[in-house]
Write a protein that binds this ligand. Structure first.
Ligand code: B12
Ligand code: SF4
Length: 562
């Protein structure tokens, strides 16, 4: 039986040197490093698994082991078991680690074939490292062909999930975390914004994975059942989900609405342009719960911003209980230093539930990168700098080193203006509850009940933590919300009172720790998951003459064109 080892690049991330720069370990925490990057104690935390590897593993005719964040020693220990294939996923930032891992594979598992994939393969230099195969697009089809199986077999969607908690609660395992399921719907985006790495990587078009709404729903339902009903909230990977209403969302929404056993919610990424074409109330009735909108700037020169007024759109979403992520970019061509606080004011005015501020990142392979190279404006050629907080571009209106501090003070400005994300999230659900509880539409009333349940569950967090809020104004807003919640939904139970007491003590302890102890980098631990082979029947194999198409790296995109 063929054995495949799939892995991410290695840890540690928090050791500055050849492979990492300062703060790299933080970037693995999607929420605390970016979307809820807040100076206070309320920041959320979530370590998100490498869905790509699980997707591959669940769909191969081979015994497959997935390693996430191994140390070099842990990776070598696996290599010594002599897998037949070693698949490594990497981003541009991880190129140095990839080189080391290929060398280690050649040394410790000399017979293994090395397959590399993920967004880092946009780099031409990958070929120089001598992998046997390079996947430059959708990987399941590619990997199946490598293994001699037909790429066109149906897809199996694995159960992949991520936990969410407050960052300061990470080490208190007795506190319940929220878990969301991660569903992959498709890849790529036709909007073709010049800076967008995912759009360029998939050739400015949509590459489908799950075919329709029924398949999305089945993937959710299967995960819901396997988790014994604890996972009913999902993040869907698809670049602009709202472009696929007819093909996917309408059917998904109907399945969700008709489901009497569970009340599913889903989150996704969407453009203003695509979202503007939809009846948001209808989407909400059918499970739409959170959206990430790339706002980019108060005067964004991007077509994806055509359509509705952004502020009106965010307001409507919030009024229906839909939480949001709003993201903006610093260092766009039209920016001057004095303008940046105004950009943050604009973002604050949208009151997104979570937010991202980042540098303009010209990933290799994008049109933006080509233009900036032509204009000799690429300041750093270091792969390690390929992230959202490094300054890669020289800007005529900014001194080098000026933009990143402006980003971090922008996050602080946001926190002072609109408070912690978790407050805005709960407040949005409460608003949705108030607006929908008396709706004539029973599906909207069902959403109102869902919001009410979430708000009640979150209440203990706010009962005794007022002193840790950023200022008087936010303290008053939170107190008003708590009073209104209690008036509408009833007082906290004695268990919730006890919980709030415990939370207050944890806040006090963590507050002192912050003041007195140096923060130690938080590294993810190794995670190992094994997958049994799928699709072993004879019909699943492709004729040997077609196999030759993938025998060397020059034909690297063969499978992705299928
Ligand atoms: C979730 C996510 C994360 C998570 C999990 C990352 C992980 N290890 O998977 C976390 C929060 C940890 C993260 C961190 C970072 N991320 Co991130 N992340 C994403 C996001 C939103 C989704 C990725 C995903 O899971 N998609 C779903 C899976 C199924 O798709 P996939 O990974 O693309 O895999 C498919 C193919 O690419 C291919 N494939 C992938 N790996 C392999 C391996 C083999 C062997 C084969 C054959 C095929 C193959 O096959 C898969 C199935 O078709 C993407 C944006 C996006 N929409 O894709 C950004 C993205 C990948 N992240 C990005 C960046 C820059 C980062 C950070 C540097 C932080 C930052 N933004 O500054 C850090 C770096 C972390 C690190 N050191 O590795 C960039 C990468 C740009 C680039 N060209 O390198 C992206 C594209 C965002 C963007 N638009 O800029 N990220
Ligand atoms: S809309 Fe978003 S995903 Fe699509 S090309 Fe633009 S930035 Fe990329």
């Amino acid at each position: 039986m063929t054995r495949v080892l799939l892995t991410t690049v290695f840890r540690p991330f928090g050791v500055v040197g050849k492979y990492n720069k300062k703060g790299d370990e933080e970037l693995l925490d999607y929420l605390s490093s970016r979307l809820t990057r807040e100076p206070g104690l309320f920041a959320l935390s979530s370590y998100v698994p490498a869905s790509g590897l699980h997707l591959l593993a669940a769909n191969l005719p081979a015994k497959t082991r997935v390693l996430e964040w191994p140390s070099i020693e842990e990776f070598v220990a696996e290599l010594k078991k002599q897998p037949d294939y070693v698949g490594i996923t990497f981003l541009i930032k991880g190129f140095g680690k990839l080189a080391k891992m290929i060398a280690l594979t050649r040394k410790h598992a000399p017979k293994a074939k090395v397959v590399v994939g993920g967004f880092g393969t946009a780099l031409h230099a990958v070929k120089d490292l001598g992998p046997d195969y390079i996947s430059t697009g959708e990987g399941v089809r590619f990997m199946r062909e490598v293994l001699g199986a037909s790429p066109d077999l149906p897809y199996v969607h694995p159960h992949v999930s991520a936990d969410i908690t407050l960052k300061i609660f990470q080490n208190y395992n007795f506190l319940r975390k929220q878990t969301i399921g991660l569903i992959t719907s498709g890849f790529g985006c036709p909007h073709a914004c010049d800076f967008c790495s995912t759009s360029a990587y998939f050739g400015y078009r949509s590459v489908g994975f799950l075919k329709n709404g029924r398949e999305l729903y089945e993937a959710m339902k299967s995960q819901y059942r396997a988790s014994k009903g604890t996972i009913d909230n999902f993040l869907i990977y698809e670049e602009d989900l709202m472009l696929y209403y007819k093909r996917k969302l309408a059917e998904l929404g109907q399945c969700i609405e008709d489901d009497r056993e569970a009340t599913f919610s889903y989150a996704g990424f969407a453009s203003v342009k695509a979202l503007s074409k939809h009846d948001i109330e209808k989407l909400v009735a059918q499970g739409f719960g959170h959206v990430w909108i790339g706002v980019e700037s108060s005067s964004a020169p991007y077509k994806k911003r055509d359509g509705r007024d952004v502020k009106g759109l965010f307001d409507e979403l919030h009024s229906l209980g839909v939480t949001t992520t709003g993201s903006i970019i610093f260092g766009l061509d039209h920016h001057v230093p004095e303008q940046l606080p105004g950009e943050v004011d604009f973002l604050s005015s949208l009151r997104p539930s979570t937010a991202q501020i980042s540098n303009l990142m010209p990933a290799i392979g994008t049109k933006l990168r080509e233009r900036l190279e032509d204009e000799s404006r690429i300041m750093s050629l270091e792969y390690k700098d390929a992230d959202l907080f490094s300054e890669i571009v020289s800007h005529p209106n900014f001194r080098p080193g000026e933009l990143t501090p402006a980003i971090f003070s922008g996050y602080n400005q946001l926190y002072d203006a609109i408070g912690p994300s978790i407050y805005r999230i709960v407040d949005t659900w409460f608003t949705g509850y108030k607006n929908l509880r008396n709706s004539l539409n029973s599906s909207l009333r069902r959403r109102a009940n869902l919001y009410a349940g979430r708000v009640k569950e979150a209440l203990p967090l706010f009962l005794r933590t007022g002193e840790y809020l950023p200022n008087e104004d936010i303290r008053r807003q939170v107190t008003d919300m708590v009073d209104e919640v209690i008036a509408e939904l009833g007082p906290p139970s004695s268990e919730q009172q006890a919980q709030s007491e415990l939370i207050a003590r944890i806040f006090a302890l963590e507050d002192i720790k912050r003041q007195q102890l140096e923060e130690t980098p938080n590294e993810p631990e190794l995670s190992v998951r094994d997958y049994a082979p799928t699709f072993l029947s004879k019909e699943a194999l492709i004729p040997p003459d077609r196999l030759t198409s993938l025998t060397n790296v020059d034909r690297r995109s063969e499978a992705n064109r299928g």
